[in-house]
Design a protein around this ligand. Sequence first.
Ligand code: ADP
Ligand code: MG
Length: 247
Amino acid sequence: MEIIAVTNIKGGVGKTTTAVNLAYLSAVSGSRTVLWDLDPQAAASYILRAAAREATSAKKLVRGSQELGELLCLTDYPSLHLIAADRSFRNLDVHMSQRKKPAERLMKMSRSLRELCDRLFLDCPPGMSLLSENVLRAADAVVVPIVPTPLSLRTLEQLHDFVDREGWSDLRILPFFSMVDRRKSLHQQIIAEARARFPGMLTSEIPYWSTIERMAVRRAPIPAYAPASAATDVYRSLWQEITRRLK
Ligand code: ADP
Ligand code: MG
């Protein structure tokens, strides 16, 4: 099972939009795919129309007395399953901190999915916490949406530093530009500088488009309701580039 996290310490950068669209594209390519909504704000669960669940599970999950597989729910799309967020997820890291090897809990918890799925996507909450450390430990790759603003490159630098310090040389860091407005000269300038400084950045960019923003109104992955749209094309090329990098 391959684990792909969509993460950034900043909120509102396109993590959830990206996670939902990429997980859908993964599923339609024939891989059994699970999207785990780790954010108690539950945006991915909302977009994929998950039914509300009782807020009781985080402690049991971390303790291992409840398995992730029990939480899988169907979506409207074959091969795509969801682990919906609930309010208890806001305490995931509190429960993790009370266990032995607290930074390895998520890796342990995800093991029970190995028989059930080929690819696990993690839609992460913003912030830098024990939960994000768990995510970096468990993931094979982190997809990082970067909005081209002056400070956003600093967060990328911090992520690289953290991963280097921990010595996780196997973790693939895959940043890409998100919500790009090519009409803004500042965006063009920041993108050019960043590409020089971080040559490993993905070349695919996701533009700032209202057709993408409307996904949260349609409550479905864009490729599912607008397969021939330009918005679908940009997510497809992002997904193709990621899969090439992961080979
Ligand atoms: P995050 O998960 O990082 O908080 P979201 O994916 O929820 O970010 O996106 C934040 C807001 O921006 C949402 O309202 C979403 O619909 C909108 N959005 C995301 N990506 C784009 C984009 N490429 N163009 C326009 N709006 C976007
Ligand atoms: Mg989100």
